[in-house]
Design a protein around this ligand. Structure first.
Ligand code: NAP
Length: 266
């Protein structure tokens, strides 16, 4: 099957990296997901924002609209199978298609050695950070197939998936499994022109890090010291990598886990 994109490379570059695309973003109420919603809309996409906290989703949606973008939101808990599917379907109901998806929403665990983690907490991290990504991907593949036919998915993993993660062992395990799901999906859906990649962010200034710092004082300074660029990423710097991987500019990239980590794993 020939799934070569039909982009005319002799024409002047389109206005936005994601011009004319419909994008679905989880965890879009704050942090990296909110930065992605703002960026993807600036780059020409119509965006649907999903997360649990309506007030945050509403605020980001209104911000995007005030800047001239097209956005809407849906409240959903990624741990709820029906809710995750309904959120993806809402994108197609609203905008008539799905081209790209950024599976970014995730939860952090209470930091500490794995023998101290309550079983219920492990189950929650599994339900949101791994099963939730799988549920969303399954719905997204179906929606892309039924509408745009070809497309791209980016899963937000973590640099913490690439090594032992003694402070966040369940979180690290789920993120490593997300890398595996990403690679498997890339192989399965590549022949029909659906690309699937992951990004592995390093230390990024968001609520997730503030929560971790509250439990582990001094964390932020430790992370900076272990990052060659000696600073945290701004959420927009992470969203930029996702935007590129979702765009036609990365048309021959699939099955990769792209570190966006200030050199932390170099
Ligand atoms: N910050 C970092 O240093 C860093 C580093 C590596 C990877 N990451 C990854 O980057 C992604 C974004 O994290 P962030 O740093 O931007 O954290 P954040 O500010 O805490 O944002 C997390 C987002 O996920 C949503 N979310 C959490 N649980 C959810 C659930 N059950 N159902 C639906 N949505 C849910 C949150 O909204 P609600 O709570 O309203 O649902 C929020 O919008 C995550 O995948 C994280 O693992 C972050």
């Amino acid at each position: 099957m020939d799934n070569t994109p039909t982009t005319d490379t002799s024409a002047p570059a389109a206005l936005g990296l994601l011009a004319d695309k419909v994008a679905f973003i989880t965890g879009a109420g704050r942090g990296i997901g909110a930065a992605a919603a703002r960026l993807f809309a600036r780059e020409g996409a119509r965006v649907l924002l999903a997360a649990r906290t309506e007030a945050q989703l509403k605020a980001v949606t209104e911000e995007v609209r005030a800047a001239g973008g097209t956005a809407d939101y849906v409240v959903c808990d990624l741990a709820d199978a029906a809710g995750a599917r309904a959120a993806v379907d809402r994108t197609v109901d609203l905008y008539g298609r799905l081209d790209v998806a950024f599976n970014n929403g995730a939860t952090i665990q209470t930091p500490g050695p794995m023998d101290q983690l309550p079983e219920a907490d492990f189950d929650h991290v599994y339900a949101v950070n791994l099963k939730g990504v799988w549920l969303a991907m399954v719905a997204q593949i179906a929606a892309i197939r039924a509408t745009a036919r070809t497309g791209a998915i980016v899963n937000n993993s973590s640099v913490g998936s690439l090594m032992g993660n003694p402070e966040l062992p369940a979180y690290g395990a789920m993120k490593r499994a997300v890398n595996s799901l990403t690679e498997s999906a890339a192989v399965t859906y590549g022949p029909e022109g659906i690309r699937v990649n992951a990004i592995a962010p390093g230390h990024t200034a968001t609520e997730m890090i503030r929560t971790w710092e509250a439990d582990s004082p001094g964390l932020v300074e430790r992370l900076k010291a272990h990052t060659p660029l000696r600073r945290a990423a701004d959420p927009d710097e992470i969203a930029q990598a996702a935007a590129w991987l979702l765009s036609d500019r990365s048309s021959y990239v699939t099955g990769t886990v792209l570190r966006v980590d200030g050199g932390a794993r170099a």
